[in-house]
Design a protein around this ligand. Structure first.
Ligand code: HEC
Length: 140
């Protein structure tokens, strides 16, 4: 008789543990579902996260290339064509056109400059974007 009660009690305890576990899991998962959905919200362009990283990456790309043989930034490089404040003079597409020697600017470049610039078309697209972000950040 006692053994039967003990067995019953064990069953009740197990069932209760299961019910509480399920209830806790349901509550907890409902919470995480809300958190997971947040990054899907549109991010306003002005506060785009990662801008600072892209500019930093663009600075590295700039330094790894030979831009400074013809250009200078903050007095570093060739004084022939300073890029200081280029972000105030030009919009991104124009900066990009000059960097890559696109047709729209080809007439204003020497054959040597054009050759160098067209060589940058080999770069990874993300690196070009980062490079343009860096130059666009050079404002007066
Ligand atoms: C062989 C020389 C040469 C190299 C190398 C070169 N450029 Fe230029 N770049 C020029 C010349 C020449 C111009 C024409 C405008 C001028 O004289 O300021 C120009 C213009 C530009 C402009 C427009 C600036 C303005 O104020 O009119 C940008 C932006 C630019 N280059 C970016 C770059 C970047 C970024 C690199 C490296 C990835 C690079 N250039 C490499 C020669 C060069």
């Amino acid at each position: 008789m006692r053994e039967r009660w003990a067995r019953r009690l064990a069953w009740i305890t197990c069932s209760l543990v299961l019910v509480f576990t399920a209830a806790f899991a349901a509550t907890y998962n409902a919470g995480t579902a809300t958190i997971a959905a947040e990054p899907m919200l549109p991010v306003p362009p002005a506060a785009a996260p990662g801008d600072a990283e892209r500019v930093a990456r663009g600075r590295e790309v700039y330094a790894s290339l030979d831009c400074a043989t013809c250009h200078s930034i903050a007095g570093e490089g060739s004084p022939r064509s300073p890029l200081d404040g280029v972000g105030s003079r030009m919009e991104r597409p124009e900066i990009r056109a000059w960097t890559l020697g696109e047709d729209s600017v080809a007439e204003d470049l020497s054959p040597r400059a054009l050759r160098s610039k067209r060589g940058y078309r080999e770069l990874d697209g993300d690196d070009v974007d980062a490079l343009v972000s860096y130059l666009a950040s050079l404002t007066d």
